[in-house]
Design a binder for this molecule. Sequence first.
Ligand code: ADP
Length: 322
Amino acid sequence: MGTLYSIGEVLIDFIPLQKGRALKDVVSFERAPGGAPANVAAAIAKLGGRSAVLTKLGEDAFGDFLLEQLEEAGVDTGHVIRTNEANTGLAFVSLREDGERDFSFYRNPSADLLLTEDEVNASLFKSGDILHFCSVDLVDSPMKQAHVKAIQSAKERGALISFDPNVRLPLWDSPDVCRETILDFIPKAHIVKISDEELAFITGIEDEKEAIDLLFSGDVQAVIYTKGAAGASIYVNNKSIDASGFSVDVQDTTGAGDAFIGALLYRLLDTGADQHELKAVLERNALSILTFANAAGAITTTGKGAISSLPSKKQIEDMMNT
Ligand code: ADP
């Protein structure tokens, strides 16, 4: 079975112990490893797959903590670079009454944003592997070039490229720059995962099919469209296959999308599909893969935080059998 390489943002989320308060009024927090690429790598490791993170951490106590947490989750941290140039990224979070989160970031810039193209080992990737990336912070950081190099070398060496734009709209100074960056990176991926809200924002088009059609550019072979509690669809070979979501008692939706795409990519790794087989494999197994991923996403919403509530394979299978 191949390896999932997850490149990009890895940081610590400080999650509030008091809900429904403005960030300035939260008095205590607990630490949780975060950043979508870290969550996806952890999701795959928890399912028994092989995953590694390609990122940079500060030579500080928070970097030590993240490294320990990722190792404990079963993620290969052998490619993580440590630096004195900058601190490990931190994000303080407050949970509003409506369940939405507000963030305050401490990264000026943080070490992960300083990963350079020279620090990406081009010979790492092989056919059967998947490189997964997210767009957060791709604007104006050395990390952007690191992503471009990783994507190019992984593709040349036969690996699949997966992209989750992972838009956190309030965090972008300019929505136009955010949209342009995402539209610039979509054609570089074979698989694009996008939520209903992101699709509307990125394309500005109401009609689902019309908006999804716009994403099929460059190397894109499949679009995975997620709809929260309603489940998800795979668009491939001019078809769409839908699977409804699982009904669960939701505690915290943090990490649902990462658990979902992690589970989907785990199933894909398991097939060993390469760039030529991707479409056929996805179409043939669409319903089973989507149901598996929907269960992973749903289970993650039943616990607090992202990595701590990721499901095992047994939990997913139990949910699928109920
Ligand atoms: P993101 O978290 O990336 O914004 P979604 O909210 O669409 O994306 O969630 C991703 C997936 O997680 C969904 O397709 C679904 O499988 C699962 N999920 C998310 N929210 C819920 C929920 N409230 N109930 C059940 N499943 C959910």
